[in-house]
Design a protein around this ligand. Structure first.
Ligand SMILES: [Zn+2]
Length: 276
């Protein structure tokens, strides 16, 4: 009897230990509850509203949940973790580049318009010049024009001359515009290359402040990518070394239109969340 009692006791103790170990593991596991996030501040200079940022953040979070088959992230407007869109020189540069593109497109259209107008003027001028020459040749073959026709031809000649001068002036003005646009295009390309080689921090997860700051993004797809990456840090993940990974240090060879967690990303998740 006594032996049996102690056996039951030992069994219960073991069970208790197993349960506490399980509870311990559960709370040690940083992924046991979804990380809750909210969108707090979106600087009005961004061309995006708070609602849209939230929508994109939610799709970024869903992507994590779907691809990991876990509830890693969850929106909660009272969440401690805040997403802020912080406007500074980085986005100013992007906005400037975008403005440059539309300006270059506009001047391109203006130049094309002026060019086709000038082409019409030139064609009309050449047509009238031919007519004039035919008339002159005709009267020359007749031994000269009578005074009335002669005066008429003189007037036509003056008109043609002033039209030619006007066309030449317009053509050189147009050339100035074309040169200017080419220079602008070259400068723009140089600026783009310069930006391409610069590593800019687009977003940052600051654990101490429990905040994700996003500083710059090119379009909504890129914003989703940046948010997915920073939310990855918020889950507790570090960087990995695969340039196609979401958790790589920067945007490089990832297919941001079709974001798939790489095996390195999933390994990070497994290790961080103590998954087997
Ligand atoms: Zn990072």
């Amino acid at each position: 009897m006594k032996i049996l009692k102690s056996f039951v006791l030992i069994f219960m103790m073991a069970g208790l230990l197993a349960v506490s170990y399980f509870i311990y593991q559960y709370y040690q596991n940083p992924c046991h509850l979804p990380v809750k996030f909210a969108v707090e501040q979106v600087d009005s200079r961004f061309k995006i509203g708070k609602d849209e940022v939230l929508k994109i953040a939610q799709t970024a979070a869903n992507e994590w949940n779907k691809q990991s088959s876990r509830d890693l992230l969850e929106y909660d407007q009272n969440a401690g973790l805040k997403i802020d869109m912080v406007y500074d020189q980085r986005q100013t540069n992007i906005d400037e580049l975008n403005a440059n593109v539309s300006q270059l497109n506009n001047t391109g259209e203006t130049i094309e318009g002026l060019k086709s107008k000038l082409d019409i003027l030139i064609a009309q001028y050449e047509n009238d010049l031919n007519k004039y020459n035919l008339e002159v040749n005709y009267y020359n073959s007749q031994g000269g024009a009578p005074p009335e026709q002669f005066n008429q031809l003189q007037k036509e000649k003056q008109d043609l001359d002033s039209r030619r001068q006007m066309i030449n002036r317009s053509a050189s003005l147009l050339n100035v515009q074309i040169d200017e646009r080419n220079t602008n295009l070259q400068n723009f390309k140089a600026k783009l290359d310069e930006n391409k080689n610069k590593i800019i921090t687009q977003g940052l997860y600051i654990p101490d402040k429990n905040v994700i700051d996003v500083f710059t993004y090119g379009n909504n797809t890129e914003l989703k990518f940046v948010l997915m990456h920073e939310l990855g840090h918020a889950i507790g993940l570090d960087h990995d070394q695969n340039a196609t990974s979401l958790m790589y240090t920067m945007i490089q060879q990832q297919d941001i239109n079709n974001l798939k967690l790489t095996s390195e990303d999933l390994l990070l998740l497994k290790q961080t969340c103590h998954l087997r």
